[in-house]
Design a protein around this ligand. Structure first.
Ligand code: PLP
Length: 386
């Protein structure tokens, strides 16, 4: 129906990419192809689908839509963000080395250190706010640089283009975890990344009802290698979840705009609040990486982290439990506002000394600002902090 969807604007792609009216019925919404297998006229003679671990039409529509949103050709959906991360790591072999940030999603840190170190892969955790820090750690075994920006939970910004220049010159794969920004705010492949990883669970799904991951790339060989892992290892999601995410994406641009607006208002409200010590939000001009954020992002998002002044763990717990509109929960990126306590929740698997070095202290709270009415969100913060 739409032959050049990939040349259209973000909102149009969010609603239409990968999706055509169903050829048998004309249904406008992509059907949930709830089938594990597909009829073959004679062995090997089929319509491109054989078995749903490898391919499923509902999932394929979603993968094409996600690829379009990241301005690239190939998409693969996984049953979780960690499943997607795992598939990238399976491209490595014993002896290979990985350079990554020292301020990462706890689950990424956990799979690197607790799963893959055991298989003889070495990880370097560095401060990547200056891409030059990577250079001294590169040797002939360096195969992958893995970055997350904005970082979780302290909202540092890493210069994707700066890192990509170094990885390209040294023939190293660059993967960017783009979960916090979403494709609405940032497209790492345009800046030189080889692979974009998403926890689709967060902003892309957007309604806190699905756990899913994705990998996107423009490199055909890389896509084939990742497809092999995806089909061989089998962490692929079912068609109902793919449908829910396709539905969620149709409002991604509307939701992200609202997350950014509310995030900005919450950040400004908290900045001078007497109970707040530090605040982390890349939209402030005095944020150390504000210039890069402005350069590589189209907005600053809805994630705001704060530390509470003179608060020990008990006082932090007391405040975290007082919210009435924000829910105390892990995860982020849904329409509803969430408050998270990183050191006991999302980042519990990172050793205390390591996390405190990068500011992940017991008095830190991370807010995922949702799209409720801003007056109710500010009133909730006011009463919780009082
Ligand atoms: C949640 C998250 C992940 C892991 O994704 P799951 O869908 O929970 O497996 C990875 N990276 C970041 C930045 C996340 O927030």
């Amino acid at each position: 129906m739409m032959n050049n969807i990939n040349e259209m604007k973000f909102a149009t792609k969010a609603i239409h990419a990968g999706q055509e009216p169903d050829p048998t019925t004309g249904a406008v919404m992509t059907p949930i192809y709830q089938t594990s297998t597909y009829w073959q006229k004679s062995p090997g003679e089929h319509k491109g689908y054989e078995y749903s671990r490898g391919t499923n039409p509902t999932r394929k529509a979603l993968e094409d839509c996600l690829a379009a949103l990241e301005n690239c050709k190939y998409g693969l959906a996984f049953s979780s963000g960690m499943g997607a991360t795992d598939a990238v790591l399976r491209l490595l072999k014993p002896g290979d080395e990985v350079i990554t940030g020292n301020d990462l999603y706890g689950g990424s840190y956990r799979i690197f250190t607790k799963v893959y170190e055991k298989y003889g892969i070495k990880f370097h955790f560095l401060d990547l706010s200056d891409p030059e820090n990577i250079k001294p750690h590169i040797n002939q075994n360096t195969k992958l640089v893995w970055i997350e920006t904005p970082t979780n939970p302290t909202m540092r910004i890493i210069d994707i283009e700066g890192v990509a220049k170094i990885t390209k010159a040294n023939n190293i794969l660059l993967t960017v975890d783009n979960t916090f920004a979403s494709p609405y705010l940032q497209n790492p492949i345009d800046l030189g990344a080889d692979i974009v990883m998403h926890s689709v669970t967060k902003y892309i799904g957007g309604h806190s009802d699905v756990v899913m991951g994705a990998l996107l790339t423009n490199n055909e060989q890389l896509y084939k290698d990742l497809f092999f892992v995806y089909n061989a290892c089998g962490a692929t999601p079912g068609p109902q979840d793919a449908f829910l995410v396709l539905r969620g994406i149709k409002t991604l641009h509307l939701r992200m705009k609202a997350h950014c607006e509310n995030g900005e208002k919450v950040a400004h409200y908290l900045k001078n609040h007497p109970k707040i010590d530090k605040i982390y939000w890349p939209g402030f001009e005095d944020h150390p990486n504000h210039a890069i954020a402005k350069k590589q992002m189209r907005g600053f998002g809805g994630m705001v982290s704060i530390t509470l002044k003179d608060a020990d763990l008990q006082e932090t717990f007391r405040i975290a439990s007082r919210f009435k509109v924000f829910s105390l929960a892990e995860s982020l990126g849904g329409v509803e506002s969430l408050v998270n306590h990183p050191t006991t929740m999302t980042h519990g698997s990172i050793p205390k000394a390591d996390r405190e070095k990068v500011g992940v202290t017991d008095n830190l709270l991370r807010l995922s600002v949702g799209v409720e009415d801003i007056d109710d969100l500010l009133a909730d913060l006011e009463q919780a902090l009082s």
